[in-house]
Design a protein around this ligand. Structure first.
Ligand SMILES: [Zn+2]
Length: 512
């Protein structure tokens, strides 16, 4: 295993069938107890220590956190944090509540964390427990640290208690939750890596090692090969690098070796560090720019999660990896670039490098004619200006999908908001000397112009969804995720591909 990958020792999730009795409760150091908005007398009597908890819980409104901190009278003095769930909660509300309850139990040495519910129909436990397991895993999986002592002791294991007969310990839902957590974690882990540790060379080595572990075919388009292909848009950004470590990586996951074409291609922007280039960023704006590769990390994390759920359709993953540096060889304003698909670009602002690196990568991906391309990129500040860091912007060359794309976000809790794009907006990118300008001088609606620009490099009318990751970072965490880096997009894509009609249509015919 590559030394920059997350440590192998991962928090175990143990599902324990049977009643929620004293023995079950004494098996955990901390208990997250989920309660309905209104709780009948009978419900309280279902659990040991119930009457005591009832008293403490009496005046707590639903959704308040931490709703209760009490200790059970057992050998472990099990600490209880309880939360009343509102029936009207959205998935995002549930994920946020879950993060708060988990944060309350991880305040002190968490040890073994139990999750249990009373007063609900046990048939609904799959859906009910999901956000809480997701939040517990997100808090349990470590982030990169070179401190001598960790800031917080880790969660040792997560136990699901009192599952009854309806949700077996080996249930399918649990496998999906854990796979998604691993994918999201990989995305966050890589994004948080210091840029001198995760440089283009080490990132490439790490991806190669992951490919070996998971049976993905690995191909790297080196600088030399991209020069032969005339991939001028990617090369314009890469030419500022000190060496030839930049490149475009293609990974193939094939559940069935006889399948050649991918049903789904995931494409990610992997700018290792974005100085802004010749049009240099000021200090504050450059500080977080080691995270400008989050799009590629999300594509990779999604591929990992899809591999772990053993999806039946073929998936490709394309990573555009380079730095955006200053220096004598770096590209500059007014350069004339010819992209891989032959279109010419007049460069305007070197900090709009993401669309340059992605343009050729989208051309490569679309030439292989998958049923769907999804790309991820921390692409524009204007998307953050438009919808804050709570939502990500979504675009598609199939605008009729907008309602379904938005619904998917609401259903899974990684929320997106659709924007228009396309031909009409190219008027703002009209150039005297080239087929199009890289961006507009004014910068108004840059997220829309960036998507419209990228649209010009998707070939074969391949169905395409572009996610501008405005919620890739959110101060204090977002939904179930406890830290600033959110890994937004892994959960969304799993939901899009595995839970919706759109995903069904995309994957159709894959198993045959
Ligand atoms: Zn930039």
């Amino acid at each position: 295993m590559h030394s920059l990958l997350p440590p192998a020792a991962r928090t175990r999730v143990v599902a324990r069938a049977g009643r929620l009795d004293s023995k079950a409760l004494a098996s955990v150091d901390q208990l997250i107890l989920l309660l309905p908005e209104r709780i009948g007398e009978k419900t309280w009597k279902q659990i040991p220590g119930g009457p005591k908890l009832k008293k403490l819980m009496a005046k707590r409104p639903a959704g308040s956190v931490p709703a209760l901190l009490a200790r059970l009278d057992n050998s472990r003095q099990t600490r209880v944090v309880a939360g009343k769930l509102k029936t009207a909660d959205s998935t995002f509300d549930r994920l946020s509540l879950a993060a708060k309850l988990v944060s309350a139990v991880t305040d002190e040495s968490p040890g073994t964390v139990g999750i249990a519910a009373i007063g609900f129909d046990s048939k609904t436990y799959g859906e009910l427990f999901e956000p809480f397991i997701t939040a517990a895993l997100a808090a349990a999986l470590p982030m990169p640290s070179w401190r001598e002592k960790p800031k917080k002791p880790p969660i040792r294991s997560i136990r699901l208690l009192g599952l009854g007969e309806h949700w077996s310990p080996r249930a399918e839902p649990l496998r999906r939750i854990v796979a998604e957590a691993h994918g999201n974690h990989l995305a966050r882990w890589l994004t948080a890596m210091p840029p001198n540790r995760l440089d283009a060379k080490h990132y490439t080595d790490l991806v190669r090692s992951l490919a070996k572990d998971h049976g993905w075919e690995f191909k790297r388009y080196s600088i030399d090969e991209l020069e032969r292909l005339d991939a001028g848009a990617f090369l314009a950004v890469a030419q500022g690098n000190a060496d030839k470590t930049a490149g475009i990586i293609r990974l193939r996951f094939r559940p069935d070796k006889s399948v050649s074409n991918a049903r789904v291609s995931l494409v990610g922007k992997g700018i290792i560090f974005d100085t802004g280039g010749t049009n240099l960023k000021p200090f504050q704006s450059m500080l977080g720019m080691h995270g400008d590769m989050q799009g590629s990390a999300v594509a990779l994390g999604t591929l990992l999660a899809l591999t772990e759920v053993e999806t039946r359709f073929a998936v490709d993953c394309w990573l555009a990896i380079t730095e955006n540096r200053t220096g004598p060889t770096a590209y500059k304003s007014q350069d004339l670039i010819r992209a891989l698909n032959g279109k010419t670009i007049q460069t305007i602002h070197t900090d709009a490098e993401g669309r340059m690196a992605l343009a050729d990568t989208l051309t490569l991906a679309s030439r292989e004619q998958p049923q769907l391309i999804v790309d991820y990129a921390t692409l524009t500040g204007s998307c953050v200006d438009a919808i804050t860091t709570r939502y990500s912007g979504i675009f598609s060359n199939r605008p009729e999908w907008h309602p379904a794309l938005k619904r998917t976000g609401a259903a899974c809790g990684e929320r997106v908001w659709p924007f228009p794009m396309g031909q009409e907006f190219l008027a703002e990118l009209e150039s005297e000397v080239a087929d199009l300008m890289q961006c507009s001088v004014k910068g108004t609606g840059d997220h829309i112009l960036a998507a419209s620009f990228l649209n010009e490099f998707v070939e074969n009318d391949t169905p395409w969804v572009h996610i501008d990751l405005s919620s890739g970072e959110h101060e204090g965490g977002l939904g179930a995720i406890p830290g600033k880096v959110t890994g937004f997009g892994v959960r969304y894509t799993l939901s899009l591909l595995l839970d919706t009609q759109l995903g069904d249509n995309t994957a159709a015919g894959a198993a045959s």
